[in-house]
Design a protein around this ligand. Structure first.
Ligand code: AMP
Length: 213
């Protein structure tokens, strides 16, 4: 069971990824999370992330290559935020082939620009990993984490101008992947402008149907 989650920033990939990996007991491979962790000790990375630009393909591919060396991926894995360019897609195919692995499905979470901007700019996160949204999933007490009480923050790349830039970058560099995966029969369209339970049900239904065959 190896999957890819595709969709614009703010489509809810991170939220869905957490649900999928927990339910199906597979490994979550989020390049965004890996870079957010790595940027603490790498200023160059920080610049890409805070401007909404993509990290160069070579860096991303090397990081993924290294990650796929670990044994845990044998349980199955879910890519969240990767691949994001055609180059990354092609390189991924080469890496997987060399390991005798394949992708079973690519879930495309479809959502409109206005909804995405509303979701991204409303997102607030806590250091403990909990995410909220001022409009949709607010914390009980304004600006405070329900789980640990710490102060909630807005990620730099969730500010409106960066969010718009991330959406533009998605349109130019990542959208072409839709055609690529459609052509090889892996694309599964998911209606993303629903509540998170509904979106998860759509994905779950597809995975179960495939695995019950
Ligand atoms: P995300 O949390 O997936 O939206 O990623 C946050 C940021 O990390 C992006 O805006 C990029 O700067 C960087 N990033 C994450 N994944 C990739 C990728 N596959 N290719 C290039 N840059 C990436």
């Amino acid at each position: 069971m190896n999957y890819i989650l595709l969709g614009p920033p703010g489509a809810g990939k991170g939220t869905q990824a957490k649900k999928i990996v927990e339910y199906f007991a597979i490994v979550h491979l989020s390049t965004g999370d890996m870079f957010r962790e790595a940027k603490k000790s790498n200023e160059a990375l920080s610049k890409f992330l805070s401007s909404g630009q993509l990290v160069p393909d070579e860096i991303v591919i090397n990081m993924i290559k290294e990650r796929l060396e670990k044994d845990d991926i044998k349980k199955g894995f879910l890519f969240d935020g990767f691949p994001r360019t055609i180059k990354q897609t092609e390189e991924l195919e080469i890496i997987l082939k060399s390991k005798n692995l394949k992708i079973d499905a690519v879930f495309l979470i479809n959502i409109y620009f206005e909804e995405v901007i509303k979701r991204i700019t409303g997102r607030r996160v806590c250091e403990c990993g909990t995410s909220y949204n001022i409009g949709m999933i607010p914390s009980k007490e304004d600006g405070k984490c329900d789980r640990c009480g710490r102060k909630l923050i807005q990620r730099n790349d969730d500010k409106e101008d960066v969010a718009k830039e991330r959406f533009t970058v998605y349109g130019k560099q990542t959208k072409p992947l839709i055609g690529y995966y459609k052509k090889i029969g892996l694309l599964v369209n998911i209606e993303g402008a629903k509540d998170e339970k509904d979106v998860f049900e759509q994905i779950k239904r597809h995975i179960k149907a495939k695995n019950d065959k």
